[in-house]
Write a protein that binds this ligand. Structure first.
Ligand SMILES: Nc1ncnc2c1ncn2[C@@H]1O[C@H](COP(=O)(O)OP(=O)(O)OP(=O)(O)O)[C@@H](O)[C@H]1O
Length: 226
């Protein structure tokens, strides 16, 4: 599902004297359907940078990142923006630890929007959003409110519900459990394992060792693959 070949990236800080430093060098990685690869390595090693490159949020300086999209293979380092947008709608999911809050949009709408965008009937989207919010213990009294005033953990759970509403074939998870308690971390572990069982390829960064152990098929040290 994912084939990364010799990816390299250097950051240049133009507003700080043009200092530049290599953050990714010669990274190669393949992830199969139904497999979860967990990125580890010390703080600052480049895990989030690599995940953002897999989502085409960051461009890379060298190498290829080829994703399977149905019958097609797409090198996202070369693909035009419209292709990336289409990939993100149907194929490539990304859950970070932060919810991008949209003022005045109620929680239920925030969660179901990615599925609505695929043309799925509203009742189906709403039923799935309700089910996910219930599983993630977001109280029903909050569902009609915009999540801007929610606690960190509540916002994170809304974000996870939104990230799991579409059955993406590829799922990128950047510390999705960072502010969750043990009970809700377990729900996220279940959601990830369900995604793996339906054949999703998952790449994640997890702060918590218990989550890592419960979902990882393989650990990849970002430094060692350099
Ligand atoms: N947009 C950016 N511009 C410049 N430097 C950046 C940028 N994003 C990350 N970096 C730098 O790249 C390095 C890797 O950062 P990254 O966030 O990928 O690390 P990480 O392995 O995810 O760390 P952590 O475990 O602490 O979250 C760091 O030294 C960071 O300062």
């Amino acid at each position: 599902m994912i084939s990364v070949q010799n990816v390299a990236k250097t950051f240049t800080l133009h507003n700080q004297g043009g200092t530049s430093f290599a953050v990714l060098e010669g990274i190669s990685l393949a992830v199969a359907a139904g497999e979860c690869v967990v990125l580890h390595g010390q703080s600052g090693a480049g895990k989030s940078t690599f995940l953002k490159a897999l989502y085409a949020n960051y461009s890379v300086d060298a190498g290829a990142i080829v994703l399977r999209d149905g019958e097609q293979q797409v090198d996202i380092t070369q693909a035009p923006p419209r292709r990336i947008i289409a990939l993100r709608q149907q194929t490539l999911g990304y859950v970070s630890q932060f919810l991008r809050v949209i003022p005045r949009v109620p929680t239920l709408e925030v969660v179901m929007q990615p599925l609505l965008d695929l043309g799925v009937a509203r009742e189906v989207c709403e039923a799935k959003a309700r089910e996910l919010l219930t599983r993630l213990n977001v109280p029903e009294r909050l569902w009609q409110l915009a999540p801007s005033t929610f606690s960190g953990g509540e916002q994170q759970r809304v974000n996870i519900a939104r990230g799991f509403i579409v059955d993406y074939p590829i799922l990128l998870l950047d510390e999705p459990t960072a502010s969750l308690d043990a009970k809700n971390r377990q729900v996220v572990v279940q959601l990830i394992n369900e995604a793996k069982r339906r054949g999703a390829a998952v790449v994640g960064i997890f702060h918590d060792e218990d989550v890592r152990e419960a979902v990882a098929d393989r650990l990849v040290d970002i430094r060692l693959s350099k």
